[in-house]
Unconditional design. Structure first.
Length: 173
């Protein structure tokens, strides 16, 4: 099964998958398009195992998470791929960002688009029984005006992010 790239995901079908990968970001704003770029790369270069769905959710994750939280049926695991700007890191660095380590001052501007999604993620993780993991890339360039395309450093991180996703899928089949 190829990575299923869906622009408008159907919540009713998500419970059919053990793992759902959300690629978050705005492809019209430079490196912020990392998440959708990873989903596109997965679709073009990898075959995902049965039970795994990869979704390009753009900047619409907040409503999606809220609907998922209210749904009686949920996937076992959610992997989120997004771009962040964090001091002390080099553009293109990929790293896992634990939910509990997102600083309180970043809750409203963290790039998993339109937080308080953080609260929804924590609720899914803690009370909903869904394992939530976030893979982030350090941005190199976010333009002031619309400009699509990833910087070379962030583009080079796309295959590495796919490797992380595939390892996570193997880790917990």
């Amino acid at each position: 099964m190829r990575a299923e790239v869906v622009k408008v995901p159907v919540i009713a079908d998500m419970h059919k998958y053990d793992t759902v990968v959300f690629g978050c970001g705005n492809v019209l704003m430079g490196d912020d398009g990392f998440g959708p770029g990873v989903i596109e790369y997965l679709d073009n270069h990898h075959v995902l195992p049965e039970g795994v769905m990869a979704l390009d959710v753009g900047t619409s994750i907040r409503d999606l998470l809220f609907d998922l939280l209210l749904s009686p049926l949920k996937p076992r695991r959610i992997l989120i791929v997004d771009a962040v700007s964090e001091s002390g890191r080099q553009p293109g660095d990929i790293f896992e960002l634990p939910l509990r380590q997102i600083p309180q001052c970043k809750v409203n501007d963290f790039s998993v688009h339109e937080f308080p999604s953080l609260n929804l993620l924590q609720e899914l993780n803690d009370a909903g029984g869904v394992e939530v993991r976030i893979l982030a890339v350090q941005t190199g360039y976010i333009p002031e005006e619309v400009q699509s395309g990833l910087s070379s450093a962030v583009q080079a991180a796309v295959p590495k992010a796919c490797d992380w996703i595939l390892e996570e899928i193997k880790r917990c089949p």
